[in-house]
Write a protein that binds this ligand. Structure first.
Ligand SMILES: [Zn+2]
Length: 382
């Protein structure tokens, strides 16, 4: 079928699509509520089964099970290298949010918790499966579906699951929300978390002030050093997000801890800043520092492979009558893990909308059909 025919199929299925999406949103699925995430997972498994696409639960963990399966029609082209459609079903919104942020349609906008990030992206996967089942188009390569249960707070084991499924793939489409103005994400900053613990020496704040080594005073010095590592021109940010102590006010504090968020546009830059953080030395005599590495997500760099995939997608979009722009994001996603394997990854291929992690979270209903058609055309041609 031609691009036009695919688009008209997508347009004619729009109300089906809106109904499916509404049902997904009604099943609230916060990251840290495995039962809720699994309820959505079972619902999705049923929806995909109707499109001849069998999803299985992988690594059922205390965070809810991820879903994996081969896309409809994959056997017809099994000799080719597969591609991966990647997404997540967890949201940042606790169960009960629907009461204050009800699912509602106002004109072209469909509002609801998690609809933009990224239940609408999951809908696109379902749409592709339906189109293949109804012989609207045939995928050029076998395609895999991977829906993560914990993207918003991803665990190290989840990274392994993503890498395992992505490793043999030719490219990855990550159906996270696009940037404003319908732009795909061809670059993302990497992020790393650190804990900086400071050990001083406790003393009575009135009786033996001079005997103490204040962890808070040392922390103040280190916070200024850390913040000063920010370099906007390079796209590097260092932010001390939280600080804690555990002493009473009449004690020279012997312990303080800070949580640090680092973002960088390239791996080399991230390594440079991480080196600086590990090289921090105490200012006060008798103070000690301890740096612990936390969750780390690599940057998504705009490699030649990413650029080629984007150009092909933008060309397909033009055939369908719209412009697909590109840009970079300061936020991270699971797509960064596949990009770090060297697999061309085009991120932000979800449905247009606004209000990421915010109360006005919504998608534009008019973008569902063109975006679904775009994903189909990419799978048909690239
Ligand atoms: Zn997301």
């Amino acid at each position: 079928m031609t691009a036009e025919q695919i688009l008209s199929f997508c347009r004619s299925s729009r109300e089906w699509a809106v109904d499916c999406l509404a049902e997904m949103v009604r099943r609230e699925s916060p990251t840290r509520d495995p039962d809720a995430v699994n309820r959505l997972g079972e619902f999705l498994t049923g929806l995909f089964r109707q499109q001849d696409c069998l999803l299985e639960a992988v690594h059922p963990a205390e965070r809810g099970a991820h879903l994996f399966g081969w896309g409809t029609g994959s056997v017809s082209c099994a000799d080719r290298q597969p591609v991966l459609l990647l997404g997540h079903m967890d949201t940042v919104w606790p169960v009960g949010t629907l009461q204050s942020m009800p699912l509602r349609r106002e004109g072209d906008r469909l509002y609801g918790p998690g609809i933009f990030d990224m239940k609408a992206g999951l809908l696109l996967m379902l749409f592709v499966a339906r189109a293949v089942r109804e012989r609207v188009f045939l995928p050029r390569s076998p395609w895999k579906i991977l829906i993560m249960a914990d993207e918003e707070a991803s665990a190290p084991e989840s990274r392994n699951v993503i890498e395992e499924q992505a490793r043999d793939c030719r490219y990855v489409l990550c159906l996270e929300p696009p940037l404003s103005g319908n732009r795909a994400k061809t670059a993302r900053k990497g992020s790393c978390r650190f804990l900086l613990e400071i050990l001083g020496r406790a003393a009575h704040a009135g009786v033996n002030h001079a005997d103490g080594v204040s962890a808070v005073e040392e922390l103040a010095h280190q916070v200024l050093r850390l913040q000063a590592m920010t370099d906007y021109a390079r796209g590097t940010t260092v932010s001390v997000g939280t600080v804690h102590t555990r002493n009473a006010a009449n004690v020279i504090p012997d312990y303080a801890v800070a949580e640090i968020d680092v973002r960088a546009a390239s791996r080399a830059e991230a390594d440079r800043v991480i080196g600086q953080i590990h090289a921090l030395a105490p200012v006060l005599d008798g103070a000690r520092l301890k740096v612990t590495d936390g969750i780390r997500r690599p940057p998504l760099e705009r490699t030649d492979g990413v650029a080629a995939l984007y150009r092909s997608a933008a060309c397909r979009a033009r055939e369908l009558g719209f412009e697909l722009g590109e840009g970079s994001s300061g936020g991270s996603s699971d797509g960064a893990f596949t990009a770090a394997l060297g697999i061309p990854t085009l991120d932000g291929m979800g449905v247009e909308g606004d209000g990421l992690h915010a109360e006005h979270e919504h998608v534009c209903v008019s973008d569902i059909a063109p975006k679904a058609a775009l994903i189909m055309r990419i799978l048909q041609e690239y």
